[in-house]
Design a protein around this ligand. Sequence first.
Ligand code: SF4
Ligand code: SF4
Length: 440
Amino acid sequence: MAYTFRGGLRLEEHKNTRGKRIETLPPPKTVSIPLQQHIGAPCKPVVAVGDTVAVGQLIGDVGAGLFCPVHASVSGKVTAIEDKFAPMGNRVTNVVIENDFADTPDPSMQPFEKSLADATSEEIVSVIRRAGISGMGGATFPTYAKIESAIGKVDRIIINCAECEPFICANHRLMLEDPAAVVNGVKVLLKAVGVREAYLAVEDNKLDAANKLEPLVADSQMISVRILKTKYPQGDERQLIYSLTGKELPAGKLPADVGCVIFNVETCAAVFHAFAEGTPLIRRIVTVDGDCVRTPKNILAPIGASFGDLIEFCGGLKKTPKRVVSGGPMMGRAVWDPATTVMKGTSAVLVMSSAYENATGLPPACIRCGRCVRNCPMHLMPNYIAQFSRAKDYARAEQFGAMSCVECGTCSYNCPGHMETAHDIRIAKNEIRKAARNKK
Ligand code: SF4
Ligand code: SF4
C-alpha cells in the first residue's frame, strides 16, 4: 500500500521494519541525556559530576513554568555535564552517565498510591508532570501542560495512532505488542482531562493493530477505535480532527478551540507506566532504518543512547551514508554527529545513501508546475512563501500563510525542480517568530 497526497500523488511506504518485533538495546556504556527535550524552559542539572545515580532518578529540573523534568535512564556515575548540539541545531546541556550495568532502580519509582477510580485529575496531572512525559510524536509539548490547558474546554480525546511518515513503525509495533498499555493509558488520560470520549485513530494500513486494540475497548462506553484512510499527513492534528469530526481547525487555533485534545499513542503508554509503575519517561521505541542500515530494527532504547549505539545494534552500515535523519524522511532533521542521542521525541533514525538525493545533478529550480500548491494539505502556495523566504521578505511570507504550514515536507518531496521549499518555509517561520518575540 502507498500513501496518497491531497493532489493524488503517491508516497511509497518503505516499511522495512513493519514485521520486526521490538528489540531492547543492550545496555550502552554511557548515555548522554539532554536537559531540554521538550517545548519550554531547559532544565538545570540537579546532580553533579561524580554523583552516583539510579535508574529513574531526577537529574534535571526547573520547578516552575513550562518544562519537563529529566531522569537518568541507566544507573551509574555522572562523568560530565556539558553542552552539545541537539538535532534541532541548538546547544543543550547534557548529563553524561557512565553505566554501572547494575540497573539500580531509584526508590522514588513506585505505583501511584490510589486506584484510578479514586485518583483526582490534579493528582494524575502531578504524576505525569513528575514523570517528565512530553509528546512522543515529535512535537514534545509537555503532556501535563496539554492536559491542564484542555480541562473544561474539550469534550473528547484523540489518540494519534496514524504514524503516517514512511519508514517509521515504532507506534505500529507498540500497538501490536503492548496494546493494553496504550488502552490503559487512554483510561488514565480520560480521567485526567475529565471527558467521556476517546478515539484511537488508526490508519487503514494498520488494521492488524486496530484488531489488537478493538477487543480491549469492546466493553468501553468511552473509548472506540476509528479507522482512517491512509494518506499523508493524516497524523497532522488538523487532518486528524477533520477526518474524525468534520471540523476545520482555523490557522492560529488550537485543537481545544474545536473541543479536542490530541495525544500520541506512545505517550499514552508512557502515562500508563508512570501511573501504574511510577516509571518516568526514560526509554522509547525508535525505528532504525534506511538503505544504509544492514538490519533495520525497531529498538527500545534508553533516552541518551547514541545513534551510533543503535546503528551498531542493527549490524552497522552496508553502504556509505549521505544523510542521517532524526525522525521521518518528511519531517525529520538531518544530523551530522553519530553521537547524537535518543530523546523523548526521537521516533526514528534513518541512514540514507545518495540514492535518496537529487539524482539529476542539476541545481534546484522552480519550473512553476504548481505541484506543491495542488498537494499542500494546508491549501497554501508553498512556492511563493519559499520564494519570499529566500528573499528574506518574511512579512510577505507571513501574509501568504507561512505560519499555517505544518512542515509536512510534501511540497519538497513532490517538487520536480528539487526545491527545498519546506526548509525555506521553516526558516521564514523561525524568523517570523523571532520578530514577534523581539516586538514584545
Ligand atoms: S516549487 Fe517545485 S513543485 Fe512548486 S511550483 Fe516550483 S517546481 Fe513546481
Ligand atoms: S511543508 Fe507546509 S507548505 Fe509544504 S506542503 Fe506541507 S504544509 Fe504545505
